[in-house]
Design a protein around this ligand. Structure first.
Ligand code: SF4
Ligand code: SF4
Length: 360
């Protein structure tokens, strides 16, 4: 079996923001449940030994952990490419210095919108947008490659062209325009977040125009909302094929949304090595490859392209994790997607809970 390429280290669920489109689980873990520094250091060494090439420190907000620079330094020393995925509101000069010292290779900074008022309302954090702009300048000033990430939804989808302009102004080497993925809090808020088809088409045109204008000098990544697609995404490059996700309390998952699945006993790094989990756990083996696939996937030419789509989405929308992802127009359950798109209203968004106190 090939080794995993990436380790997604969800080091905490704590976050000072409360985005309604957050894909974290509804059952957020508190600080007391988190893995300690020593366990994370062991996991990082085990990941390198297993053949992992890059590690993505994410959350929640990874800067909510005071040992984050220690973990990044250990990963860099173990030869892993290190990426920090952050909201940036805690990225002070001091923290930036510590990250640089630790050997951070890349930072992905999220922005909620292009103007402070809308952005702060979306993240539920007054003054957050201004802090993020300062954080972007610090990252670029430190010579660390910056990806700016915008999560797109009905409330901001009309401003995609301006988002890209802002990314250019801030000196990003990559701009990610990512429509919300409907897991966790985003699934809870789906009826209020889903863009219209017209918004989607206009956002897509804005991305295409920017790509042409940049000519590859700034990369513009685009993650479309799969509810509008005729075929599903290859979620995680296939279940248990390319990446491991370690949750804040140590559960090892093939995908960050997998804790929503019932009938699984996901192994923990507290009890097992990463190698044992990757190579021997039932949880990783269950939907690996193609042997588990039902019709119409089983006889479909795309099975080794999209791997039947997303198991967590299949479970969330049909109750059966082994079903064809209903996003696929060939799925017998595709009607649930059509119903969801036909039933979009404007309910009040429910913000993600458990915020931490500001520490800077
Ligand atoms: S609340 Fe917002 S900033 Fe925090 S983890 Fe979720 S999406 Fe990211
Ligand atoms: S039938 Fe299955 S394999 Fe074929 S496109 Fe749809 S989800 Fe992918």
């Amino acid at each position: 079996m090939n080794p995993p390429v990436a380790l997604i280290a969800e080091v905490t669920h704590r976050c000072p923001l409360s985005c309604a489109y957050c894909s974290n689980p509804l059952d957020l873990k508190r600080a007391a449940a988190e893995l300690g520094t020593a366990t994370w250091l062991r996991v990082i060494d085990e990941a390198a030994a297993l053949g992992v090439l890059h590690i993505h420190f994410t959350g929640g907000e990874p800067l909510a952990r005071r040992d984050i620079s220690t973990l990044i330094e250990a990963a860099a020393k173990a030869g892993l490419y290190t990426n920090l995925i952050t909201s940036g509101v805690q990225l002070s000069d001091k923290v930036m210095g510590e990250l640089t010292q630790a050997g951070i290779d890349h930072i992905q900074l999220s922005l909620q919108d292009v103007e402070a008022e809308a952005a702060d309302a979306s993240g539920g954090y007054t003054g957050g947008h201004a802090r993020k702009l300062t954080a972007a300048a610090r990252i670029v000033g430190a010579g660390v490659p910056l990806t700016l990430n915008f999560v797109v939804h009905r409330g901001n989808a009309d401003r995609v062209a301006t988002m890209i302009d802002l990314g250019e102004t801030l000196g990003a080497s990559r701009i990610e325009i990512a429509h919300a993925q409907y897991y966790g809090w985003a699934l809870l808020n789906r009826a209020g977040l889903m863009p219209s088809r017209e918004q989607l088409e206009s956002a897509t045109r804005a991305v295409e125009a920017a790509r042409e204008r940049f000519g590859g000098q700034i990369v513009v990544d685009y993650v479309a909302p799969d509810y509008f697609a005729a075929r599903p995404k290859a979620c995680m490059g296939g279940w248990g094929r390319q990446a491991l996700n370690v949750s804040p309390d140590g559960k090892v998952l093939p995908c960050h949304a997998a804790l929503t699945l019932t009938g699984f006993d996901f192994p923990s790094v507290r009890d097992h090595s990463l190698s044992d989990i990757w190579n021997r756990s039932d949880a990783f083996a269950r939907y690996r490859g193609t042997g588990w696939a039902p019709e119409p996937c089983r006889s479909c030419a795309r099975l080794e392209i999209d791997w039947g789509g997303c198991r967590c989405q299949a479970f969330a929308l049909t109750g059966d994790a082994a079903a064809t992802d209903p996003v696929c127009a060939l799925s017998p359950d595709h009607g649930v997607i059509e119903q969801a798109l036909a039933a979009l209203d404007r309910p009040a968004l429910i913000p993600r809970k458990i915020a931490t106190p500001q520490t800077v």
